[in-house]
Design a protein around this ligand. Structure first.
Ligand code: PLP
Length: 370
């Protein structure tokens, strides 16, 4: 039996081991208040990478979203508009603030929030918007932020999947008030678990730094309600190394994505991922779509690919508004998100996948889908 080609896999080597060892030997594993050296270096380097004034490292992308919403002043009974076709953390962070997630539909070509659907969902309770850069392709941030500004809404970009994406010549975050990143093990760059919030706003950055560690500014004095959302030194050490490798990772993902597109373009039933004019995909996921297929057919296709050792995976099989816990917030059907959830198939293109493996994946897809 062929070894499975996973959908994503962390790419680490001796350099991460060296950096983590350095931290362990230093005895400085975390800093409660103020800056610790690896975390401070990682924040500074990351801020530069994404052209942002501030970067605040935290324990996960979910923590980043929760903190950004708190810093935007989202509270009990406020409404926050989000796409339903995303990872559940986007909605979870809203509910953690006591607010209500308002789910809107996607553009079926990009799988990202449709600006006109967003506009229709705004009312007097709306406080913020979280566009998601799904699969590593930026949401239409300029159009979305223009509407948000007209209604005085905070824009928190969920760029958890978009390290390396470019939109209108800018990295994610240019059109947002705060931008949230994840360094979960599957991501384009990882710290194992971890996250970051980037912002150009000094006041938000102060609040975020304070909230990250029990609302403290000095030792054991809390100025506001906080959390323990700190990033440990070992994770930041891994992050610094991964950041150096990111350009090479992105190049390999792009090479693999382009080869798959070249090979699969003749499979009529399969819609391939698009990179619209003015967008540069970060290729976190290469997501195709069985255009005339239903859920059973799509699931059958995944099973056949898995039998051939290809870690084809569905992101996401249940839109959030249809999940048992989140149904309580659903107000209407979202046909485009629902359809996408029945038809999408993501294929492995991570930097560890060789061109020979890409050809094998393409041959197998052609055999199974026809
Ligand atoms: C779109 C999206 N938002 C939020 C998150 C949450 O990030 P984390 O897993 O680091 O908490 C993830 C990733 O896992 C994600 O893909």
């Amino acid at each position: 039996m062929r070894k499975m080609i996973p959908i994503n896999a962390p790419q680490t080597d001796e350099r991460e081991i060296e950096m983590v060892t350095k931290v362990l030997k230093s005895g400085n594993l975390t800093a409660r208040v103020g800056s610790s050296s690896m975390v401070a270096d990682f924040e500074q380097a990351y801020a530069k990478l994404v052209e942002s004034k501030h970067a605040i490292a935290v324990s996960s992308g979910t923590a980043a979203l929760h903190m950004a919403l708190l810093a935007a002043g989202v509270k009990l009974n406020d409404e926050v508009i989000i796409p339903s076709f995303t990872f559940v953390a986007t909605a979870e962070a809203v509910v953690l603030c006591g607010a209500k997630p308002v789910f809107v539909d996607i553009d079926p070509l990009t799988y990202n929030l449709d600006p006109e659907e967003f506009r229709k969902a705004i009312n007097s309770k709306t406080k913020a918007l979280i566009p998601v850069d799904l699969y590593g392709l930026s949401a239409d941030m300029q159009a979305l932020s223009k509407i948000a500004r007209e209604h005085n809404l905070a824009v928190i970009e969920d760029a958890a999947q978009a390290h390396g994406a470019v939109y209108k010549r800018k990295p994610p975050g240019y059109f947002a008030d705060m931008t949230c990143w994840s360094f979960y093990a599957s991501k384009n760059m990882t710290t194992g678990e971890g996250g970051m919030i980037t912002t150009n706003n000094d006041e938000s950055a102060d609040v975020l730094r304070c909230t990250r560690s029990h609302g403290e500014k000095g030792e054991y004095v809390s100025f506001m309600l906080g959390h323990n959302y700190r990033m440990p030194e070992m994770e930041a050490a891994i992050g610094l190394t991964q950041m150096e490798k990111l350009p090479a990772f992105l190049e390999k993902r792009r090479r693999n994505a382009e080869r798959l597109t070249e090979r699969l373009s003749l499979v009529k039933r399969l819609a391939l991922p698009k990179e619209p004019e003015g967008y540069r995909h970060s290729w976190y996921l290469y997501t195709t779509r069985l255009e005339d297929g239903n859920r059973a057919e799509r699931d059958g296709t995944i099973e056949e690919l898995r039998k051939r050792g290809i870690g084809a995976t569905v992101y996401y099989g249940t839109p959030i508004h249809l999940m048992p816990f989140y149904r309580q917030f659903a107000t209407h059907n979202l046909p485009r998100a629902e359809k996408a959830s029945e038809q999408v198939i993501s294929l492995p293109i991570h930097p560890g996948v060789t061109l020979q493996e890409i050809d094998y994946i393409a041959d197998s897809v052609i055999e199974v889908v026809g």
